[in-house]
Write a protein that binds this ligand. Structure first.
Ligand code: FEO
Length: 401
């Protein structure tokens, strides 16, 4: 049965959610699925904004036919060619042979590469500032390269002031009846999932996001319709502020996240001892994670959130504990910068973990490493108390600056 939601008299939500999916992009764990959003503008002419993932293709097509009510589809706008939004394109172009397909210059080639579809003369290349009028709605295309792929564009409707934002302003999590962010807690109560989505999917491309945010400042926006998660129609400033912080790598919170790796418990104990001393010095809301038990996507999101990190790791095979190395390489890949880091290392006979961590941090931009590091041998011992206290003092003082 068709399942659509009317947004205004001309615009309808046609998307659908997949709760069976375990890993987004076969990489990021999902506990409550994800939505694939598509929108139809039904004006003098009809325009479809993106299609949908193959997992929801049947529901999406049923929704599309039901909303068109026998009308033909005139325009298909591809804002983002990634298959989670484009896997149903073949079925749509087959069913609506008269529809023109719009996208930036890379789209046609990508469609051919992924799906073997030659869009031929049906494809219309559009670029920044180009417009498409479908009646009283005029759609203005806004280039958004690398948010999240090079071909991405957003679409601004000058009639109802809706910004169709592609992957930007999306979040993990299926929709459960409530379409709008102000009707559900996908963003607000569970900002962690929105942050995890942003930092892992788009986090690397902060400069590109900043460029788009600057363009958005010149637009009067009534509503943001992303490709995942709820539609945003209230408190737009809250969401724009979050995106500004995340994309400029500005910490949201002055606070500490401690991430430790531990083989036999010694490093975990040292990290716990540091946390207790920090708390005694008045540091609040300390978060601790075992790097071997927490998915790296959650740790990336937490590293974007706070100003200070403690990384505690053992030495393994004359190198860095692998899970910690994976985390650091992921943080580097996401271009995290402007953080202060304190180090705890462990090594029973030849500790090198701090040196290895330092090497990676020094290859990142604007990362400060506190000089007061703690080195333990197998387990923290009474002789380590002074170094532990010095590390806690240095970190607490830096947090209070
Ligand atoms: Fe939701 Fe970059 O695809």
């Amino acid at each position: 049965m068709q399942n659509t939601i009317r947004i205004n008299e001309d615009v309808t939500y046609l998307g659908s959610s997949d709760r069976r999916i375990a890993l987004f992009e076969n990489s990021y764990p999902l506990t409550n699925g994800v939505s694939y959003n598509t929108y139809l503008i039904d004006d003098g002419e009809t325009a479809l904004l993106d299609t949908a993932d193959s997992a929801v293709m049947q529901a999406f097509m049923e929704n599309l036919f039901s909303v068109l009510k026998g009308r033909k589809l005139d325009h298909i706008i591809i804002q983002h060619m990634e298959p989670d939004h484009c896997a149903s394109l073949g079925l749509v172009v087959e069913n609506f042979p008269e529809a023109k397909v719009y996208g930036t210059m890379q789209v046609k080639k990508m469609v051919q590469q992924f799906f073997g579809i030659d869009l031929g003369e049906r494809f219309v290349t559009v670029k920044e500032g180009d417009t498409l009028s479908v009646g009283k709605h005029t759609l203005q295309f806004v280039a958004a390269p690398m948010v999240h792929w090079p071909e991405v564009m957003m679409t601004y409707d000058t009639c109802d002031k809706i910004l169709y934002s592609a992957d930007a302003f999306g979040t993990f999590g299926a929709l459960s009846g409530n379409l709008y962010a102000d009707e559900c807690d996908s963003w607000t109560a569970d900002l962690a999932e929105a942050r995890r989505y942003y930092t892992n999917i788009v986090g690397k491309y902060g400069n590109n996001v900043q460029a788009v945010l600057k363009k958005a400042q010149n637009l009067e926006i009534s509503m943001i319709c992303p490709l995942h998660g709820p539609v945003i129609r209230k408190d737009l400033g809250y969401y724009l502020d979050k995106y500004d912080k995340w994309s400029s790598y500005t910490p949201e919170d002055k606070g500490v996240v401690i991430v430790y790796g531990s083989i036999y418990g010694g490093t975990a104990n040292a990290a716990d001892c540091l946390a207790t001393r920090l708390a005694a010095k008045g540091v609040k809301n300390i978060k601790m994670y075992d790097v071997s038990k927490t998915h790296v996507s959650e740790l990336v999101a937490e590293a974007f959130r706070v100003s200070h990190l403690v990384l505690a790791a053992p030495t393994l095979d004359a190198g860095l504990f692998p899970a910690m190395e994976t985390l650091l390489l992921e943080l580097k890949r996401k271009n995290l910068c402007k953080r202060t880091v304190a180090l705890i290392e462990n090594g029973t006979w030849a500790p090198v973990a701090a040196k290895e961590i330092t090497g990676i941090l020094e290859s990142m931009k604007d990362m400060s490493i506190l000089p007061e590091k703690l080195t333990i041998r197998s387990t923290a011992a009474p002789g380590d108390e002074a170094a532990l206290e010095a590390l806690a003092n240095a970190l607490a003082a830096d947090l209070n600056q």
